[in-house]
Design a protein around this ligand. Structure first.
Ligand code: FEO
Length: 401
């Protein structure tokens, strides 16, 4: 049975949610599921904006047939060629023999890499700024390369001022009936997943996101229809402001996150004492994460959120404890920058972890590493408190700037 929502009188959401998938991209835990959005525009011509993942094909097809109500499908716009959105192109080409696929040169090159479809006479290749008239509606195509794949484009519908934004402005999370941002408590229920989605999937490409935001700023946009998560029809500046912060690697919050690794509880103990000292010094809402038991995508999102980051870890195999090393490598891969950092190492003999963490962090742009770097030999003792207090004072002084 179909399950659709109207975005407007002539634009219908025909997507679906998957609450069974454990790992998005076989990588990111999605305890709240994920939505694959697709939108059908009904005019003199009918046009579908992207398809969906193969896991929700059945629901998607029911939605399309119901919405078309006996009409044929004229166009499919492929804004993004990642398989979570393009898994049903061939299915639609078979079911609608007159269907034409709208994409750019790279789109069609990727279709040929992924699939074996006969595209002869079935393609409309668009260039930057090209338009496609559907009747009362007109589509404008704008390229957004490397947000986060090279073929990505966004489509702006002029008469209703709708931006079909591809993955941009999307979020993890299934849609629980409520499609629109004003139907949910976004701050409470969606922001952390939207941040985790952006930072981990698009985070590396901040300059490209900035270029896309600049290009889109020339448009009057009333509604943003992303490929995942809620549709935005109010408070667009809230979302645009978040994207501006994330894509310039600017912290949302002035505060402290402590990321620690601890084999037997001693490094954790030092992290706890540091956190308590910061709290005594007036720091509120301190966040702490055990990097061994917290998925790295959560750690990345928190590093993007917060201004001051403390890394505390044991030395392991004459290097950095593996879970912390993985986190730091992910930060570097995602182009993380512009944070103030405190370091704490542990080592029963030959502690080298802090030196190596410093090297990795200094390889990222705009990282200020506070002094002193704290060294714990096995377990914190009274004679080690002076160094830990000094790091706490450095953090407090930096936070007060
Ligand atoms: Fe949702 Fe980049 O695919």
């Amino acid at each position: 049975m179909y399950c659709t929502r109207n975005v407007s009188d002539s634009v219908v959401w025909v997507g679906a949610s998957d609450r069974r998938l454990a790992l998005f991209e076989n990588l990111f835990p999605i305890s709240r599921g994920v939505a694959y959005n697709s939108y059908l525009i009904l005019d003199e011509k009918t046009v579908l904006m992207d398809t969906v993942d193969s896991s929700v094909t059945r629901q998607f097809l029911e939605n399309i047939y119901h919405t078309l109500n006996g009409r044929k499908l004229d166009y499919l716009v492929v804004n993004h060629m990642e398989p979570d959105h393009c898994a049903n192109i061939e299915e639609l080409m078979i079911r609608f023999p007159g269907l034409k696929i709208v994409g750019n040169a790279k789109t069609f090159s990727f279709i040929n890499q992924f699939y074996d479809m006969d595209l002869e006479g079935r393609t409309v290749t668009v260039k930057e700024g090209d338009t496609l008239s559907l009747g009362a509606h007109t589509l404008h195509f704008f390229f957004a390369p490397m947000v986060h794949w090279p073929e990505v484009m966004v489509t702006y519908e002029e008469s209703e001022q709708i931006l079909f934004s591809a993955d941009a402005f999307g979020s993890f999370g299934a849609l629980n009936g409520n499609l629109f941002n004003d139907e949910v408590n976004f701050d409470r229920d969606w922001l952390s997943d939207a941040r985790r989605y952006y930072c981990n999937i698009v985070g590396k490409y901040g300059p490209q996101v900035q270029a896309a935001l600049k290009k889109l700023s020339a448009l009057t946009i009333r509604t943003i229809c992303p490929l995942h998560g809620p549709v935005w029809r109010s408070e667009l500046n809230y979302l645009l402001d978040k994207y501006n912060l994330w894509s310039t690697y600017t912290p949302e919050d002035k505060g402290v996150v402590i990321f620690y690794a601890s084999m037997y509880g001693d490094t954790e103990n030092a992290a706890n004492i540091l956190a308590a000292g910061l709290a005594e010094g007036g720091v509120k809402e301190i966040a702490m994460y055990d990097v061994s038991s917290t998925h790295v995508s959560v750690l990345i999102a928190e590093a993007f959120r917060c201004s001051h980051l403390v890394f505390a870890a044991p030395t392991y195999n004459n290097g950095i404890y593996p879970a912390m090393l993985n986190f730091l490598h992910d930060m570097a891969a995602l182009n993380m920058q512009n944070r103030t950092v405190g370091l704490l190492e542990n080592g029963t003999w030959g502690p080298v972890c802090a030196k190596q963490m410093r090297q990795l962090l200094e390889g990222m742009k705009g990282m200020e590493i506070l002094e002193p770097v704290v060294t714990v030999k096995s377990a914190l003792k009274e004679n080690g408190m002076e160094q830990l207090d000094a790091l706490k004072d450095s953090l407090l002084a930096s936070l007060s700037k």
